[in-house]
Structure formats: structure tokens, C-alpha cells
Design a binder for this molecule. Structure first.
Ligand SMILES: NC(=O)c1ccc[n+]([C@@H]2O[C@H](COP(=O)([O-])OP(=O)(O)OC[C@H]3O[C@@H](n4cnc5c(N)ncnc54)[C@H](O)[C@@H]3O)[C@@H](O)[C@H]2O)c1
Length: 333
């Protein structure tokens, strides 16, 4: 089997996750890496053993014959690199958030329309096997009625002057994972995320830089309702979600290894229903199995000429929604 040649631009901490997924995907070979920090370049070249290593990504693009590039820099550096890759008709995995603002995402989405390469935003919550199995369960009951997500975190450098020009505010840079997860959980069909049409958001920040707090009720185009709570500068990093469909309730905890509780209501002879906890494990098989991840999905899309689930066009909706939450917008979107 001929392997696709992969390159990675930006070899910091999150790139290690991409290196592991690339190594586990037999249809990919790590052909090249690029990193501006000399010590990181040396260490990553020694550990991951790409065919070639570069301190300038442009040289890497010019001198190697790559098929797919993972851009894993901070958002402030990401957009021009993604644009360069798309101009060369390469397939591009774009780290989240896709740029500093929705305007950046739109520029990249426009470039993707002109490119022969496919682009996929690394909204990795969408590809978690348990999340996919829960979506399938909910869709078996009809539309999702309501979903909720929390994304809380102790104080980080996000939202402080140290991150100016490097990363946007926490809900756009980081809690975007669960803003996007709400769209994904509310989606009506496989591969489709719901689009927000209205919002009632509040943003109430604490005294310390980076202590940004947001709550939002979101109305989606298919009638589902989403609720987001995201607080930075609170006690701990917690990432949870819940999904309500007809006679179905699921709690998801994605803080570490995914955990879940599933409840269903059984019709009774008197016309009421009686709830019970489902003890069986979620069936992960029909949605790709326990090993499903974003990397395998992207390779499938490249080899079968299909559209990834998380395109740049679709990411524009998530970025605009994050921005609306951050400014405490109330009204239509
Ligand atoms: N999907 C997730 O779950 C998840 C988790 C953590 C971080 N992230 C995202 O990953 C991105 C990177 O985060 P990180 O923590 O790895 O940051 P990092 O600072 O550790 O790594 C970024 C690397 O990019 C390098 N770089 C910058 N400009 C470059 C250029 N022009 N050419 C080559 N290399 C360049 C930097 O030197 C650095 O080593 C961020 O956007 C972050 O939001 C995603």
C-alpha cells in the first residue's frame, strides 16, 4: 500500500498528539517536520524520525513532495501557513482555533474553496468514539431536543496580555471545543453540525486577567437548544456535556478518558414512561469502532474524495458563535 506523505508544522506540546496519531495510521508516513525552535526541532526529529526536518516550513513545502500537512502552531501564527499550504493544493489539517478570529477562518475557508487540497479543522471532540455513538443513539430517537456543555478551567495565560496576538480569548481558543461540541451533538444527520440562529449570552469577567466567565442559551436551525457554561479562573479543568432526546438522556464526561451515563424511559401501560439506567456499554462499532479518530477520518476523506466533517466553511459558524458568546450577544445570529 502506498502511504500518504505527511508533514507537521509546529512541533510543540499538542503536536505530540498528532505525531502519535500519524504513527498509528498505517496509510500515513511522517515525511517531514518544520519547527522554528532549534532545540525542539532537534528533539522532535530524534524522537519521531521524519525523513527530513526543517527550520523553515516554506523550505519544507518547496523541497518535499508532501500530500498532507498538519499545522499545529499557536493561532496567531497559523493563518498564513495554512494559506501557503492550500495555495500549493496540499491537504491541510488545521489546528483549533482556526485563526485568531472568524475573519481568519473565513480567509482560510475561501482559500480552501480555490484549492485542490482538502482542509479539516481539528475539532477532535467530534471524532471521539463515545461522542459518535451517543449522536447515533440520539438520532435513533429523532432529533436532539436539548444539549448542554460545560468547559471550566483554572486560571491560564489565555486572555492575559501575555497571549496578545498569539491566542484569542479562552472561550474562542480553548472552550471552543465544547461550543463546537454543542453544534455537533445537536446535528440532525451524520456528518452535519447544527447551525446557531439565535443566542442569549452573558459574559461576566472576574478581577484577574484571564478570569473570563460566559453562559449562553443557543437556538439551532433544527429547533434544538444548546446551553453552554464556560468559566476560567475557577477550581478545576472539567469538560462535560449532556444530550436529551425523546425518552433518552446521556451524560458525557470528556475531562479525561470518556465516561458516560445513559438513561432511557420505557413506555408504561398507563401512558407514562419509567426511566432506567442502561448498564450495557455503548456500541462503538457502527460509528467506526474504539480506534476511530480525526486522523483516520481525514485519510478516508483524502483517499475516497469525500468532504471532512469539520471543514473550514463549517468552522466559521463555530468561530462566530464563540465570538457572540464572548461579547455577551443577545439576539439573532
Ligand atoms: N485539539 C486539542 O485538544 C488541543 C490541545 C492543546 C492545544 N491545541 C492547539 O494546538 C496549537 C498549538 O498548541 P501547543 O500547546 O502545541 O503550542 P506550543 O507553543 O507548544 O507549540 C507551537 C509550536 O509551533 C512552533 N512554531 C511557531 N511558528 C512556527 C513556524 N512559522 N514554523 C514552524 N514552527 C512554528 C513554535 O516554535 C512551537 O514549538 C494551539 O492552537 C492550541 O490551541 C489543541
Amino acid at each position: 500500500m502506498e502511504q500518504l506523505k505527511a508533514g507537521v508544522i509546529g512541533c510543540g506540546s499538542h503536536a505530540q498528539r498528532h505525531f502519535a496519531m500519524i504513527a498509528a495510521e498505517p496509510r500515513l508516513r511522517l515525511a517531514a517536520i518544520a519547527e522554528v525552535d532549534p532545540a525542539r526541532l532537534k528533539a522532535n526529529a530524534a524522537e519521531h524520525r521524519p525523513d527530513r526536518a526543517f527550520d523553515d516550513y516554506r523550505q519544507m513545502l518547496a523541497e518535499t513532495d508532501l500530500n498532507v500537512v498538519y499545522v499545529v502552531t499557536m493561532p496567531g501564527q497559523l493563518t498564513p501557513i495554512v494559506l501557503d499550504c492550500l495555495e500549493r493544493d496540499l491537504h491541510v489539517s488545521v489546528e483549533k482555533p482556526p485563526g485568531m478570529s472568524s475573519a481568519d477562518t473565513e480567509r482560510m475557508a475561501d482559500a480552501a474553496q480555490r484549492s485542490k487540497g482538502k482542509a479539516m479543522v481539528s475539532f477532535n471532540r467530534r471524532y471521539i468514539p463515545e461522542v459518535l455513538a451517543v449522536r447515533r443513539l440520539a438520532r435513533e430517537r429523532g432529533e436532539v431536543i436539548h444539549c448542554a456543555a460545560t468547559y471550566n478551567q483554572a486560571l491560564t495565560t489565555l486572555g492575559t496580555p501575555a497571549m496578545s496576538g498569539i491566542a484569542p480569548d479562552p472561550v474562542i481558543c480553548d472552550a471552543i471545543h465544547h461550543v463546537d461540541l454543542l453544534r455537533w451533538l445537536a446535528g440532525s444527520s451524520e456528518g452535519t453540525a447544527a447551525r446557531p440562529v439565535e443566542i442569549h449570552a452573558t459574559a461576566q469577567d472576574g478581577d484577574r486577567a484571564g478570569a473570563q466567565r460566559q453562559s449562553a442559551v443557543i437556538g439551532f436551525d433544527n429547533g434544538a437548544v444548546g446551553v453552554l457554561m464556560s468559566n476560567y479562573g475557577v477550581g478545576y479543568r472539567i469538560q462535560r456535556a449532556e444530550v436529551h432526546a425523546e425518552d433518552l438522556l446521556v451524560y458525557l464526561d470528556l475531562t479525561r478518558k470518556p465516561r458516560y451515563e445513559v438513561y432511557e424511559a420505557i413506555p408504561q401501560t398507563d401512558g407514562t414512561t419509567e426511566g432506567r439506567a442502561i448498564q450495557e456499554q455503548l456500541d462503538l462499532g457502527p460509528t467506526g469502532g474504539a480506534g476511530h479518530d480525526e486522523t483516520g477520518h481525514f485519510v478516508d476523506c483524502i483517499l475516497n474524495d469525500q468532504t471532512p466533517w469539520s471543514t473550514l466553511d463549517d468552522a466559521v459558524y463555530t468561530m462566530r458563535l464563540c465570538e457572540a458568546i464572548r461579547r455577551g450577544h443577545k439576539g439573532s445570529l
